[in-house]
Design a binder for this molecule. Structure first.
Ligand SMILES: [Zn+2]
Length: 247
């Protein structure tokens, strides 16, 4: 009986395996029910996903560069510099101008200076403003929801403008801020918004040169230019004004 222990173990193992087979042969109903639930998906036991950023700012004209910055600027027909309250982005007429972030249309319309414009409210106290549009996109009416990257209008030269471009502003409670500190950046909370930096205006006045004098400013230009520089027939000072600054 030396092998009794071994035999017993063997018999036990055999019994266990028979039991397993018997169990497996039982009809399905006897098996523990498996209810597919969402719990079957891999469960991450890490922290919940981060909330969306308070302000996620894109670019109003993806792919085009700013050709006139925010700050004090003197246009050729002006005597003094004044604040250029946004940035100008030039491009071909008809280029899509898009909402920089999700928001609600605050107003859309036309003014003598800004031409056709759309203003979008983004919560966190900020609005974005798109002006000199050739065309306002259909549906851009007060109260309409607009998603980031959706077209608000097409680039044009409406209002007081020196060529096809969009004049783009970011405002906080109506006060213009430098859009450069917001574009292509995201801010997790309202407290992260660079309001102070955006409100800073350099004392330097840049003299802008323009490629085309707006019709409404031609008389002013003639008065400023005095004799000789402009012709009464309408051929203008183009040779002295080289590149687009817009307004
Ligand atoms: Zn401008």
């Amino acid at each position: 009986m030396r092998h009794f222990g071994l035999e017993a173990a063997f018999a036990g193992a055999l019994a266990l395996s028979l039991a397993t087979v018997a169990y497996a042969a039982l009809p399905n109903v006897a098996k523990p029910a498996i209810t597919p639930t969402v719990a079957e998906a891999p469960v991450e036991d890490s922290a919940p996903p981060a909330p969306p950023p308070a302000f996620d700012c894109g670019n109003p004209v993806p792919g085009e560069k700013i050709n006139s910055p925010f700050g004090l600027r003197r246009l050729p027909w002006e005597d003094h510099g004044r604040l250029h309250e946004g940035v100008d982005i030039a491009g071909p007429t008809g280029t899509r101008v898009v909402a920089v972030s999700d928001g609600i249309v605050k107003r859309a319309g036309e003014s003598p200076s800004y031409g056709r414009y759309v203003e979008v409210e983004h919560g966190v106290g900020l609005t974005s403003f798109y002006a000199h549009l050739g065309k306002i996109e259909r549906g851009m009416k007060r109260g309409a929801y607009v998603e980031a990257g959706k077209t608000v209008g097409r680039m044009g030269s409406s209002g007081t403008s020196t060529g096809p471009h969009v004049h783009f502003e970011i405002r906080q409670d109506g006060k213009p801020l430098n859009p450069l500190v917001f574009l292509n950046r995201e801010f997790a909370t309202k407290e992260d918004l660079p309001i102070k930096l955006g409100a800073h205006v350099s004392p330097r006045v840049r003299l802008a040169t323009v490629s085309e004098i707006p019709e409404s400013k031609k008389a002013l230009m003639e008065a400023k230019a005095g004799k000789g520089k402009t012709s009464r027939k309408g051929k203008r000072v183009r040779e002295t004004l080289t590149f687009a600054a817009n307004s």
